[in-house]
Each structure stands twice: as C-alpha cells, then as structure tokens.
Design a protein around this ligand. Structure first.
Ligand code: RB5
Length: 148
C-alpha cells in the first residue's frame, strides 16, 4: 500500500499519479490535500511521512511545486528517507543504494510522462542491501544522535 500526498501546486500531478497507480493495479491512499486551494506543503509531507514511518504504508509519494519543500518536511520524520527525483536514474538508484522509502517530485519541474516513469522506477526497484545497508545504517545513526 502506498501513501500519497501533495500541496496545491502539485494537486493535478497527484491525480495523474493516482490514475497511473490505478492502471497498474497498485493500492494507494490519498492523505491530502483534496483540492487546488492553497495549503502548506509541510503539513502533507509530515502526514505521509508519519504514516510510512509507522508502518501503515510500504512507501510514500509526495508532490509539491518543486518536490523540495515537501521532501525536506518528510525527511524530518525519523525513519524516513525521502528522495526528490527528476529523472529515472535517480529514482532507480535511490532504491538500490539508499533504500528510500519515499519519493518526492515537483509538478513545476517534471512533465506528467516523465513523472510516471519516475514513479515506476521507484516502485519497481528493490534495495540492493550489502555494503549499501551499512551506509543506510549510518544515516540512521545520525538521525538517532539528533532525535532526543
Ligand atoms: C508553493 O507555491 C511552493 O512553494 C511549493 O509547492 C513547493 O515548491 C515548495 O518547496
């Protein structure tokens, strides 16, 4: 199950991503926002990230104008590794090497066709483990040091 969220700037891209997930037969839940009215991206980054970190969803997809603001908010939640991607190579390698559990994209940055290919690369690529697992563990160590 995938959690998806966006602010107003990426509301339309979110609907397209949802349509794409439906076509692929993948289950998802939309945690907002629910219309094009102006909202604050950290609210939705946090909402999706907390649900993913709690284990309610396997992965999260968050969208805003650039993908950056909502990813910054999501990455403040312990256990979240949210990667902003504007190309399929990054989407593939953030799964292989970083075990990213959330993807962020910007509606003002990527076109809809590319966005769907990024989503597919992210969802279809497993974590490679091995030496990369140690590095991901080091990221978690940093997180632990600062979350008291
Ligand atoms: C909203 O105008 C915009 O600032 C937001 O969607 C995002 O791009 C922030 O990083």
């Amino acid at each position: 199950m995938i959690a998806i969220g966006s602010d107003h700037a990426a509301y339309h891209l979110k609907l397209l991503v949802e349509e794409h997930l439906k076509e692929r037969g993948l289950a998802f839940e939309d945690l907002g926002c629910y219309g094009p009215e102006r909202v604050d991206y950290p609210v939705y980054g946090q909402k999706v990230a907390e649900a993913v970190a709690a284990g309610q969803y396997e992965k999260g997809i968050v969208l805003c104008g650039t993908g950056i603001g909502i990813s910054l908010a999501a990455n403040k939640v312990p256990g979240i590794r949210c990667a902003v991607c504007s190309d399929t190579y990054s989407a593939k390698y953030t799964r292989l090497h970083n075990d990213a559990n959330m993807l962020a994209m910007g509606e003002r940055v990527v076109g809809p066709g590319l966005a769907m290919e990024i989503v597919d690369a992210f969802l279809d690529t497993p974590f490679e483990g091995g030496r990369h697992a140690q590095r991901v563990a080091l990221i978690t160590e940093i997180e632990k040091k600062y979350s008291k």
